[in-house]
Design a protein around this ligand. Structure first.
Ligand code: N01
Length: 488
């Protein structure tokens, strides 16, 4: 036993993170009769990415009825696409309603986890924990990606990332540079455009934007959902299957994307009358290659006189602005990064030390991979939620998370039923699964659509998304197969 572990708190299970993954896992553990667990959370409240992303206009681009746990329907959603405060409040309500909060240790940032031969030693900013099993709910959209712009240290104005919004700064009357045009930027740009004096939008690649069919859910509808939960279940199923049908275009027959692309082209045509601006905003890749964005107010905001869409590359930042490659200096006093997250370069990769002290980064030297996106060879009794190749471009991550939770619970039950203390996925099982995923990936829009995106790693491989139907993933994770694991 190491010096650190002498004072460690012992628990059977350590869960890391309190986003949808960590909270869902904790609820299901309790329901399954596992009570000896703690949930470690670096922040002071639950919510994960839905706690951190508070930028103006932040909302979900997956319909509300599907963006919730199957075991905790919410008849109170106010809109068909929920605003961030409602999703954060929903997660808090689930945490309290299922009495998970007493298990959570807030302000405990996990700094490392080491496999000790027969248990894990988890080192946090506020002490150590030992556990038989570690479950990571550290999502991929947690660590902001901030580009190293030449000269940024000399900038005299305010700088922040969309996931760390500076609410103390009044943007009215300011000259703002927004860098990036992804899912976050297309939501906050229209929200801040009316207030700022000037908005310079630095666009590297124009995204495809579809109309967002958002509407208020009336009080009468909410009464129906409260009184007849089956009605909301039916609405949820309708959304699920509509979304699921789009997998055909994303992952099976990418040529079908051209149909959707026409809708996006028409949307751009209708909302942007100026041909020069429209040309700047027209993507040169097939719809779906990057995340399909939904917005009713992004294009109209860009057509306003206080907005300039800058398509020349950023050359350098000066104390008072940004100079682009064409030599033009854009005078600004605020820079907002809408530059996304470190998805394929996760901090957990350096924190986690498996068998023989090997880090996850070393294990993933050739790219992120895990059996069923959940178990990694060399890391016994460790399971990842939202691991490699479990992300979605078309539907709700909560569905994938619930599939993984069920799989992990079955693993725990199998261990209990058979007296097994240690499970570690066999490398050849992981290899076979990953090879199948990679082969399915070849014919997807993400690899054939003619774009680069955060879905791809440095080697151009898609190690983030699930290349098939989500019900297929659910089938694969339905049962934990001990034969696929080395057991002790
Ligand atoms: O980040 P992104 P995001 N110089 O990575 C640009 C989820 N989400 O925060 O396209 C200049 O999509 C980059 O340009 P390019 C969702 O899964 C969900 O917007 O790489 N530009 C791009 O335009 C989403 O996919 C919701 O050429 C630079 C942008 O920054 C994920 O979060 C809402 C640059 C980054 O776009 C991330 O979205 C919001 C540089 N050095 C977000 N580096 C829901 O509603 C990057 N860019 C569920």
């Amino acid at each position: 036993m190491t010096a650190q572990s002498a004072t460690a708190q012992r628990h059977r299970i350590v869960v890391i993170g309190t986003g949808f993954a960590g909270i869902g896992m904790a609820v299901r553990l309790k329901q399954a009769g596992y009570h000896d667990f703690v949930v470690l959370e670096r922040a002071e409240d639950v919510g994960g990415t839905w706690r951190d992303n508070t930028y103006p206009g932040c909302r979900c681009d997956v319909p509300s009825h599907l963006y919730s746990f199957s075991f905790a329907p919410n008849p109170e959603w106010s809109r068909t696409f929920s605003p961030q405060p409602e999703i954060e409040a929903y997660l808090q309500k689930v945490t309290d309603g299922f009495r998970v909060r007493p298990h959570i240790r807030f302000g405990h940032a996990v700094e490392s986890a080491h496999w000790q031969g027969d248990h894990w030693l988890v080192h946090t900013s506020q002490g150590d924990f030992t556990a038989e099993v570690v479950l990571s709910g550290m999502g991929p959209l947690a660590e902001p990606a901030v580009p190293k712009l030449p000269g940024i240290e000399s900038f005299e104005g305010e700088v922040f990332h969309s996931a760390q919004w500076n609410h103390d700064l009044d943007l009215s009357g300011r000259k703002v540079a927004v860098i990036g045009t992804g899912a976050s930027a297309i939501q906050f740009v229209p929200a801040i455009q009316p207030d700022v004096e000037e908005l310079h939008l630095f666009q590297r690649t124009p995204p495809w934007v579809m109309p967002r069919p958002d509407r208020r859910i009336s009080a009468a509808e909410r009464r129906i959902y409260r009184a007849f939960p089956l009605a909301q279940k039916a609405a949820r199923a309708g959304v699920y299957w509509t979304r699921e049908s789009t997998v055909l275009a994303f992952a099976k027959i990418p040529a079908l994307m051209k149909l959707g692309q026409r809708v996006a082209e028409r949307h751009l045509q209708e909302q942007v009358r100026d041909p020069e601006l429209r040309a700047k905003l027209t993507p040169d890749f097939t719809l779906g290659c990057k995340r399909v964005l939904l917005s009713a107010d992004y294009y109209p905001a860009l057509a306003q006189p206080n907005v300039e869409v800058v398509t020349d590359s950023i050359h350098e930042v000066t104390p008072t602005g940004i100079v682009t490659d064409d030599g033009v200096k854009h005078e600004v006093d605020t820079i907002i990064y809408g530059t996304g997250f470190r998805v394929t370069d996760l901090p957990v990769m350096d924190m986690l030390h498996g068998r023989d002290g090997r880090t996850l980064r070393e294990a993933w030297a050739d790219g992120m991979e895990a059996h069923l996106g959940t178990a990694v060879a060399g890391f016994p009794n460790f399971f990842l939620l939202i691991g490699p190749n479990t992300g979605l471009g078309h539907s709700s991550m909560v569905f994938m998370i619930e599939s993984q939770i069920a799989y992990i619970l079955d693993a725990l039950k199998t261990m209990d039923a058979t007296g097994v203390r240690e499970v570690e996925v066999r490398p050849e099982v992981q290899r076979e699964f990953v090879d199948r995923v990679r082969s399915s990936m070849r014919n997807t829009i993400w690899t054939r659509g003619g774009c680069s995106s955060w879905y791809l790693d440095a080697k151009g491989r898609n190690t983030t998304l699930w290349p098939s139907f989500t019900f297929r993933f659910r089938q694969l994770t339905k049962r934990f197969d001990a034969a696929q694991y080395r057991t002790r």
